[in-house]
Design a protein around this ligand. Structure first.
Ligand SMILES: Cc1cc2nc3c(=O)[nH]c(=O)nc-3n(C[C@H](O)[C@H](O)[C@H](O)COP(=O)(O)OP(=O)(O)OC[C@H]3O[C@@H](n4cnc5c(N)ncnc54)[C@H](O)[C@@H]3O)c2cc1C
Length: 464
């Protein structure tokens, strides 16, 4: 049950922060929704960090002191002002599908739940303006009748919010054509609220909007986003089975690189991962490696023509459907592949990789030789700076932290870059082991006291 200002009473525990003063302050405007019920605090202080045995141990006891759910930007400003006044950390929370404790309040304080700010503000051909808490699925549902859809979405499209995707995600279905979120042009504008005693609302347009992209909410509270759209397509979900992973990669890459073929997803997947694809199991022949694809209806003939000379066979082909009660094919790719296996076997974990585009097949072969059954590979083709690259989110049979780090070193020895998903800071989790200079500088402007999601940007030293 939401609690309201009228029901204010002291929070009964030893307080790390002056929460009663904070709540009295936000209560001044009447009805900002908040809760400090222990079950709410526990449930809403988590994300999917449990994929990582290492983070599971580190983060399981982290808890917010209060969850606040603003309805509009004015309420966000009031909350931010009160946090600044009383020096209380604030951690924005979207759909909480992040994987590395991105929305876990490492130092407690306020969790700002964005779920109620979910309005579609307006749409025009090729662009949409939304509040940050709008779910990706809802945005597509609103734009598709007008002939447009989001350029890309994570495989968590049905539960993630656009603000969480921009602040915490990297790419997904659609990235084979449009690249990752960080490619210029993939965010048109962002409106943010700063964390200061007198918070400002700032509109960041064009390239400036990248200052909040994958910054884990450390560089401002996003209240609105303007996103580019692509023409909506009739997508066909397709599964092709191959004798081995390398053939699947070769075919996947030929489709990914065929610019005339309209596609949203091209994912080669190594056996035995498909064994765990319950909803599609009858289309996953025993022992076969797969390519999962979302292909534009008008491009299916060309897709099949490229397949003809190869040893692959189509086992499934049907219009994509992610409506309520259906399991879309994209929920078997990106980090959903890990989830499908985790449903049956909680002893696995994963890594996040970027394979070398000029020796993709060699690198995948070397990884397979080096680790055998301990590592199960799957790739997601993604355009990076105009080059067709391949992300990988291999599923790993977990033995110990030491072994996991040996596996990381093994991947790196094969020329595969790792963005470590078993750490909480932006720096340690990035492929380049540093935070974007623009984002660090911007943080000094918008969060001088370092109260936004503290602990996630370790290069930042707050003003005293
Ligand atoms: C099964 C599974 C599959 C996944 N597949 C993909 C994938 O295909 N591609 C991908 O990129 N990721 C993927 N992820 C990770 C995650 O789902 C996405 O990044 C997703 O877009 C996060 O959105 P969210 O709303 O759940 O954000 P949250 O997890 O709630 O938050 C993510 C980060 O954004 C910040 N944040 C949220 N809202 C705001 C706001 N309004 N202002 C400022 N900061 C904010 C949070 O503080 C946090 O740091 C996957 C995760 C799982 C568990």
């Amino acid at each position: 049950m939401p609690r309201q200002a009228a029901a204010l009473k002291p929070i009964e525990k030893v307080q790390r922060y002056p929460l009663d003063a904070f709540l009295a302050d936000i209560g001044d405007i009447g009805d900002i929704e908040w809760t400090s019920e222990p079950t709410d605090l526990k449930r809403r202080s988590r994300d999917f960090f449990w994929y990582s045995p290492i983070l599971s141990e580190q983060l399981k006891d982290k808890l917010a002191d209060v969850i606040v759910t603003p309805k509009d930007e004015n309420e966000v400003i009031r909350i931010a002002a009160a946090c600044a006044r009383y020096r209380i950390p604030l951690t924005p929370r979207g759909g909480a599908t992040g994987n590395y404790g991105q929305c876990v309040p490492l130092e407690g304080g306020v969790v700002l739940d964005m779920a109620a700010m979910n309005r579609i503000e307006w749409q025009k051909p090729g662009r949409v303006r939304v509040q940050a808490g709008a779910k990706l699925w809802d945005i597509d549902a609103a734009t598709r009748p007008h002939g447009f859809e989001l350029r890309m979405h994570p495989s968590t499209k049905r539960s993630a919010q656009i603000g969480g995707f921009v602040a915490g995600g990297s790419g997904g279905a659609g990235s084979v054509t449009f690249g990752g979120m960080r490619e210029p042009g993939n965010i048109l504008a962002a409106r943010i609220v700063t964390l200061e005693e007198r918070p400002r609302a700032i509109e960041l347009r064009g390239d400036a909007a990248q200052k909040i992209s994958r910054a884990y909410g450390t560089t401002g509270i996003i209240t609105e986003l303007e996103m580019p759209l692509a023409p909506a397509q009739a997508w066909i979900d397709v599964i092709v089975a191959f004798e081995d992973f390398i053939e699947a990669i070769r075919f996947g890459r030929s489709i990914a690189m065929a610019d005339g073929i309209v596609k949203k997803l091209v994912s080669p997947i190594e056996w035995p991962l498909p064994q765990h694809f319950a909803a599609f199991r009858s289309f996953c022949p025993e022992g076969k490696c797969l390519v999962l694809g979302m292909i534009g209806d008008m491009s299916m003939e060309s897709f099949e023509t490229l397949l003809e000379p190869l040893r692959g066979s189509i086992t499934y082909k049907a219009p994509a459907d992610d409506s309520l009660g259906k399991v879309p094919l994209y929920e078997h790719t990106w980090n959903h592949t890990t989830l499908q296996m985790l449903k049956a076997d909680r002893s696995v974990t994963y890594l996040q990789c970027l394979y070398p585009h000029d020796r993709l097949v060699d690198a995948a072969t070397e990884v397979a030789k080096m680790f055998g059954d301990e590592v199960m590979q799957h790739l997601e083709f993604i355009r990076i700076n105009g080059v067709m690259a391949a992300n990988g989110i291999p599923v790993i049979r977990y033995r110990s932290p030491e072994r996991l780090y040996e596996i990381i070193a093994g991947f790196e020895a094969c020329g595969v870059m790792i963005a470590n998903p078993h750490v909480v800071t932006l720096e340690d989790g990035s492929r380049y082991k540093r935070v974007d200079a623009d984002q660090l500088g911007f943080k000094r402007e918008v969060d001088p006291m370092g109260l936004l999601n503290p602990g996630k940007m370790r290069s930042f030293v707050p003003h005293q």
